[in-house]
Design a protein around this ligand. Structure first.
Ligand code: ZN
Length: 342
């Protein structure tokens, strides 16, 4: 396979703190011999694990970019044993445009792994992460939120890879992050995700969903700030031990019944809010006919007992949109009930 066109302006093997870029040549109307410059920080000292921290995989999710910008500006080499690679805005064109996907090629970075060194801009970024960054890392944390179209309870998440040792390591790292909730997530569409790429390379991988709506809040950023520091301590790359916190509420998504999908365009009325308990059959949302008065009202019901963990964010909804996700609380800890979804 051909080499990546992406060139780092940092030396990943050099000791100390380096602020630089991943530079990808990109010839466009705006800049004939231009380049996309993805900011990154590398902090290395001595021998220890390597941790890769990424935000902005989707460009309209902000807890990762905010928390990782702060970390990149403050982490000192003396605080590190090993290496921390910080990339706050991984899909940089999407981040700059405030969009989930890239304005250059419509690429959804988190659906394009393993990427392609001869492909689109977004495929080239995925390829660089897959073949150059992931192999360096022992631990990977990819910080997501709901973006402009979803809102989530704040949780750290894992998928439970098949290898029990890797699964246990991912679970421990998820709980160390210390979000209010911890989720065994069922993806509708896991092909091409960074998650899948990192897990298949045997990495200790944790993702998050920390809010949404196309911005961040003081509370959601605080969860990200604290979680990143705790993740680094857990990985052993930063000294100290994560302090005591109320344990994360453990959630799982036991099947497709967790998802409620919109069947007709209209005006969304949520009848439950995030974090509220629901019973199977409860009306959790209504969709009103937005084209006339006196029209039909569609009721959407919970497919199982649980807690409202995610919701569509904008006030208008379209057929095919995920209206809500109901997750189930795991009462006995995160052990045997968290089997892979069949
Ligand atoms: Zn995302």
């Amino acid at each position: 396979m051909r080499d990546s066109l992406i060139t780092p302006t940092v030396d990943f093997t050099r000791e100390g703190v380096q602020h630089g870029f991943l530079s990808l040549p990109h010839s466009s109307d705006a800049s004939a011999w231009g380049a996309i410059r993805i900011p990154l920080t590398v902090v290395r000292r001595g021998h220890g694990p390597t941790v890769l921290l990424t935000g902005g995989n989707h460009g309209d999710e902000y807890e990762g970019p905010v928390a990782l910008s702060k970390l990149a500006g403050s982490l000192q080499a003396e605080q590190v044993t090993g290496c921390v690679i910080i990339i706050p805005f991984l899909n940089y064109p999407a981040f700059k445009a405030g969009r989930r996907t890239s304005p250059i090629d419509a690429g959804n970075l988190n659906r394009l792994f393993p990427g392609n060194p001869a492909g689109t801009v977004t495929e080239k970024i995925a390829d660089y992460v897959e073949r150059y960054l992931l192999p360096m890392a022992d631990f990977v944390l990819d910080i997501h939120s709901g973006g402009k179209t979803l809102d989530f309870l704040p949780f750290a998440a894992i998928h439970l890879p098949d290898d029990p040792r890797q699964q246990a390591a991912c679970e421990a790292a998820m709980l160390a992050f210390g979000a209010p909730y911890a989720m065994k997530i069922l993806e509708l569409d896991s092909v091409g995700m960074l998650d899948t790429a990192a897990e298949s390379l045997g990495k200790v991988f944790v993702s998050t969903e920390l809010g949404g709506g196309g911005s961040s809040t003081a509370a959601s950023v605080a969860i990200a700030d604290r979680g990143v520091r705790r993740f680094l301590m857990h990985a052993g790359v930063c000294g100290g031990r994560p302090g005591p916190l109320p344990p994360s509420v453990l959630l799982e998504m036991p099947g497709a019944a967790c998802y409620t999908t919109c069947e007709a365009d209209g005006l969304l009325e949520m009848t439950r809010d995030l974090g509220q308990a629901v019973k199977q059959g409860d009306v959790i949302a209504r969709v009103h006919d937005g084209t006339r008065t006196g029209g039909a009202v569609q009721a959407y019901r919970a497919g199982l007992d649980g807690v409202l963990a995610a919701r569509h964010f904008p006030g208008l909804v379209k057929s095919g949109d995920t209206i809500a996700v109901v997750a189930c609380e795991v009462p006995q800890g995160i052990g045997p009930r968290l089997n892979p979804v069949k």
